[in-house]
Write a protein that binds this ligand. Structure first.
Ligand code: GLU
Length: 319
């Protein structure tokens, strides 16, 4: 039995890009007759927008997507909100510590950014960590501890490429040591990092198929290292190409109305919205209208290996 998931961060309303990713994840899970999980990634309190979780769930339902497990419907792997799963992340930290995979780092972000020769990693990953605290002596750690500075915990990244098969892009790989270096799994303020939480949850929830946005492609090699260090088998991965605005930049508010809710409120039919998203994925013709009940017609057409590999330009005005 396959298990897929959609894992939104409740930091705002569902937008077209997120809806498109959710659609593919849902179609892939339904096509394989598997279960589909909704997991809410609300780990970072300042970024969580009150009410966003319920709004995202409503918008997904309005589009015709459903889930077998999630915060609202429960399930065998509850809880389905990351904010309620912190004990599991602590257990994983303990396990990684026991395995010698972590080390305390006392550098601030600014110090890492200033470090000589720290080239920038891909995407939002910031500068590559130059390894400053990798080899701190016990005496140096003790002196940091006395100063009261709290460390982050970083994962000791082994050198080399991490190859993997991507369901959409085929043979893929990344070199986390070269791209980002030893990455943070628990921040100095005690918050667990996305990279850790997502791996712990995908393993604990027995997720077999991770279908998510291509913005996370560069995270996958890091996550595979974490799966291995935690003694868990990595799932299959597929990264849905991003949506771009007409200027070639990532689709954003300045390109027009991109919130699903707003489009529905303006009277765009859910079936039309889904059909347009499906059309950008080559799953139906541009003018093919789908009634909500016909969403299931797309299931048979969604073969990940045949989805487009490059980003789609989307004009929100056309929705
Ligand atoms: N919560 C992440 C996001 O909304 C997605 C995480 C994932 O799918 O691995 O970008």
């Amino acid at each position: 039995m396959t298990r897929g998931r959609f894992a939104p961060s409740p930091t705002g309303d569902l937008h077209l890009g997120g809806a498109r990713t959710a659609l593919v994840a849902w179609l892939a899970a339904r096509r394989s007759g598997g279960r589909f999980v909704l997991r809410v990634e609300d780990l970072d309190p300042p970024r969580v927008v009150p009410g966003a979780e319920a709004r995202i769930a409503d918008d997904l339902r309005a589009l015709g997507l459903d889930w077998d497990e999630g915060p609202d419907v429960g399930g065998p792997f509850a809880p389905y909100r990351q904010s309620e799963r912190r004990a599991l992340y602590d257990q994983a930290i303990a396990r990684l510590t026991d395995g010698g995979h972590l080390f305390p780092c006392y550098c601030s972000r600014a110090e890492v950014a200033r470090s000589a020769g720290a080239p920038h990693g891909p995407g939002d990953d910031g500068p590559r960590y130059p390894g400053t605290c990798r080899t701190l002596s016990r005496a140096a750690i003790a002196s940091h501890q006395r100063s009261g500075r709290r460390p982050s915990l970083r994962f000791l990244v082994p050198p080399g490429e991490v190859p993997f098969h991507d369901g959409i892009h085929g043979a893929s790989s990344g070199d986390p040591a070269a791209a980002v270096g030893d990455f943070v799994v628990r921040r100095a303020d005690g918050l667990h990092a996305y990279q850790l939480a997502v791996v712990v949850d995908d393993a604990a929830m027995a997720i077999t198929d991770v279908v998510r946005g291509a913005d996370l492609l560069s995270s996958t090699p890091r996550q595979i290292l974490l799966f291995r260090a935690l003694g868990a088998a990595p799932p299959r991965f597929a990264h849905v190409p991003l949506c771009l605005g007409s200027d070639g930049e990532r689709l954003a508010k300045r390109h027009g109305t991109i919130a699903v809710r707003q489009l529905l409120e303006r009277g765009v039919a859910a079936s039309r919205l889904v059909a347009r998203l499906a059309a950008t994925l080559g799953l139906c013709g541009p003018l093919e209208a789908l009634a909500p009940r016909d969403l299931r017609d797309l299931i048979g057409r969604c073969d990940l290996a045949h989805l487009p590999r490059s980003p789609s330009v989307i004009d929100p005005a056309g929705f």
